[in-house]
Design a protein. Structure first.
Length: 483
């Protein structure tokens, strides 16, 4: 019997787990994937929104603004990359000026600090590569950028260090109410818990509807992106939006905390909850729309494209808290943009609700600080030389594009919730995220994973079950010649 089971190890579930680990509770996070940050949280814009485009008085507005306020301190406590670079929302015609003014007034109503309208001359002084077509913009200095993988992993690692159990490859197939709480049926057997937290992303409606007659419905909304090489990383300093539409905030152009330029997303509703395929039409739309904001984007320097899925609930609002007919079942559902920004506030809010029901004592051993993987590039030449003398693995470069060392990969494997796949290593160290997109380093990373876990290279996957790296005749040949 657990006190709390959280369904989903994305950024929302991990943030809630971290907040609940402040208390003396038996907590488990169950995740059908092989790692944290496997679905929606791994493929998004990495934007810390100011909150300007949230309708005043909504749950989204409140969580966005509180989450934004918490982000800088949290990034220092948990050691993940964050930068408050500011954002600009562009207006391209005088006909759209009333919409720009309306957005500004909405930001004032939401009490967004420092927002103002900048006219064409100042706009182009702020961002010289902005299109001449842009006549004005709303400037929000509290907008920022974050590493979404780093943030998700930081929450989860800190939760694990404070006693939270994570169960991977564990898929919930049914939930039923019992007098003491709930029974969750999974592919690994039944689990009992006093409380359930539903942070299952695009699948959250399925679990909600198992316990409540007040049904909800989530539509996967796909968004396609293009990522530019770091050589283009100085084209803009701020996050560049266009005036939003009914489908969302539109295609943005933004620097990333790691020095690339990111363009996207599109907005395409899907009936397939597992699909994250890119399309030629979608990527062409990303490029065309992004170049309207920044015409000089060097499209030939795109190094990868990808697609993410957002959990759009029909009501267009975050659903947080207990359904009336399912006490002890807490939803964190419909968490689409600005979900990443909102997660620090959502974590606190859901933890407060759960503790209001369970009345736990505080965890006297709670440690709210976490240290991330050491990046030798941040060290002085002398300190790096000393590190190599003490730990020679930090002198062995594995990923040339991102200059990731064997020492960093070993740390990623052996720290709490250590990586077990190529994608797990990639999200923790950036090995494979550079210009060659794993073309050089993947065999070396596979060799290290096999050695450290004492398994065959044939068992190494890209991202868990069904994603084998060595397949077909190559696998058959290795099996034949292996002793």
């Amino acid at each position: 019997m657990y006190d709390v089971i959280i369904i989903g190890a994305g950024v929302t579930g991990s943030a809630i787990a971290r907040e609940l680990s402040r208390y003396q509770l038996k907590i488990s996070v169950i995740e059908k994937g092989e790692d944290v940050c496997c679905e929606t949280s791994k493929a998004n814009s990495g934007i810390v929104h100011s909150g300007i485009d949230c309708k005043p008085g909504t749950v989204k507005a409140r969580m966005n603004i509180l989450g934004n306020e918490k982000m800088e301190a949290l990034s220092k406590e948990l050691d993940f990359p964050f930068k408050q670079n500011g954002s600009l929302i562009l207006c391209f015609s005088e006909e759209d000026r009333p919409r720009l003014n309306q957005l500004y007034e909405q930001g004032i109503a939401n009490r967004i600090p420092g927002i103002r309208i900048v006219e064409k001359e100042e706009l182009h002084n702020l961002e010289p590569n902005i299109s001449d077509e842009a006549i004005a913009a709303v400037y929000a200095p509290t907008g920022g950028i974050v590493c979404p993988f780093g943030m998700n992993i930081a929450f989860a690692e800190n939760a694990a260090e404070n006693g939270v159990e994570f169960l991977f490859h564990t898929e919930v197939t049914d939930i039923r109410k019992i007098p003491q709480g709930y029974v969750l049926t999974t592919n690994e057997g039944e689990l009992q818990t006093r409380c359930v937290v539903n942070a299952a992303g695009i699948h959250a409606d399925k679990f909600h509807n198992m316990v409540s007659e007040h049904q909800i419905h989530i539509t996967p909304r796909l968004g396609e992106y293009c990522l530019l090489d770091k050589t283009a990383g100085k084209l803009v300093e701020k996050t560049i939006f266009q005036l939003p539409t009914r489908l969302g905030k539109g295609v943005l152009v933004t620097p990333t905390v790691h020095g690339n330029i990111l363009m996207g997303p599109t907005a395409r509703d899907s009936d397939d909850r597992e699909s994250t395929d890119t399309t030629a039409e979608g990527l062409a739309q990303v490029i065309e729309s992004a170049k309207r904001s920044v015409p000089v984007l060097p499209i030939r320097q795109i190094i990868t494209s990808f697609c993410g899925s957002r959990a759009h609930e029909d009501g267009g609002e975050f659903i947080l808290g207990e359904p009336e007919d399912a006490p002890g079942f807490f939803d964190a559902a419909g968490i689409e943009s600005p979900g990443l920004t909102s997660t620090p506030a959502i974590g606190c809010y859901i933890a407060e609700l759960v503790c209001g029901l369970l009345s736990p004592a505080e965890n006297p051993n709670f440690n709210g600080r976490r240290t991330g993987i050491l990046d030798p590039k941040t060290l002085s030449k002398e300190a790096y030389a000393q590190l190599i003398r003490e730990q020679p693995a930090y002198g062995n470069i594995i990923c040339r594009c991102e200059t990731v060392t064997e020492g960093e990969i070993l740390d990623a494997i052996h720290r709490p919730l250590g990586a077990r796949s190529l994608d797990g290593i990639k999200r923790r160290t950036r090995a494979g995220m550079g210009r060659c997109q794993s073309g050089f380093c993947s065999p070396k990373v596979m060799e290290i994973l096999a050695r450290e876990y004492h398994i065959s290279p044939l068992d190494i996957t890209k991202s868990g079950n069904g994603a084998d790296m060595i397949v077909g005749r190559t696998k058959e040949y290795i099996q034949e010649v292996s002793p």
